[in-house]
Design a binder for this molecule. Structure first.
Ligand code: HPA
Length: 257
């Protein structure tokens, strides 16, 4: 059987609209409860999880990332396609484009970012050379070529703690350090996925130029407006990627840690 796929919807992506026979469920594990939906697309079972809850009630720093990733793992998921609204620090990555990020910089402050807490599990240091799955990125990039928007292959995602937006000084620093886009959720989600041996990719949907680069002040509404303009492109990319994903995992994500 082909590896099971989950979609984690970020800001502006709350409904599993590409799925049919959708069934909502709450899955509980040692880290807490995870709310998700199960459905099918072209005969394949797909799990959908709205990261911020169905009504955007959970801010980035309060999401129970460990409960979510552990729940996906326990449900037999092996591949995760995540979406994330991001601001851009890179003039070539304009609002309306997608970025298939391949690296991250971690500027979070108050989050639990590991499954490995010592004790019985021992001390484990997971390799992060390829935090985002190269095979998933390749398929997303191929399918992205058929969209009427620009899809950038590769980019560094800076995870800020939030929930506030950044200051222009922070954005200047992130840019100097090599960041391309900024958001508030990729860490610890990608880290936990790697630790759990899941393939994980993020479609960064650029909604704005970041603070100080944008000529105007930022608002959450602006982010939502650009997301909704691009939701058809996102659905198309997800559908085609699920459709054309090779059965075999050719990456090393499954043998992590
Ligand atoms: N900063 C942080 N997160 C974001 C942004 C931003 O500019 N845009 C969308 N999510």
């Amino acid at each position: 059987m082909a590896p099971k796929i989950a979609i984690i919807g970020g800001t502006g992506v709350y409904n599993p609209d590409i799925l049919s026979d959708v069934q909502e469920m709450i899955v509980e594990n040692v880290y807490g409860k995870a709310k998700m939906a199960k459905g099918t697309y072209q005969g394949k079972e797909i799990i959908f999880l709205a990261r911020h809850g169905a009504t955007h009630s959970l801010p980035p720093h309060l999401i129970n990332y460990r409960a979510n990733i552990r729940a996906l793992k326990e449900m037999g998921v092996e591949r995760v396609l995540a979406t994330a609204a991001v601001g851009s620090l890179n003039e070539t990555m304009a609002p309306g484009s997608f970025v298939l990020v391949d690296q991250f910089l971690d500027f979070t402050k108050n989050r639990i970012s590991t499954f490995f807490d010592g004790g019985e599990q021992g001390v484990t240091h997971t390799d992060m050379t390829n935090p985002y799955c190269p095979q998933l990125i390749k398929v997303l990039a191929q399918e992205g070529q058929n969209l009427p928007i620009t899809v950038h292959q590769g980019g560094t995602y800076v995870t800020a703690e939030g929930p506030r937006f950044e200051t222009p000084a922070e954005i200047r620093m992130f840019k100097m350090l090599g960041g391309d886009v900024v958001g508030m959720t990729s860490v610890p989600e990608v880290v936990l996925a790697r630790e759990a041996g899941l393939c994980y990719a993020t479609i960064g949907m650029v909604t704005n130029f970041a603070a100080g680069i944008s000529p105007t002040e930022l608002s959450h509404q602006e982010v939502l407006d650009v997301m909704s303009e691009n939701s058809a492109n996102l659905s198309k990319l997800l559908m085609k990627t699920v459709e054309n994903m090779p059965e075999e995992r050719t990456c090393k994500c499954g043998i992590a840690s």
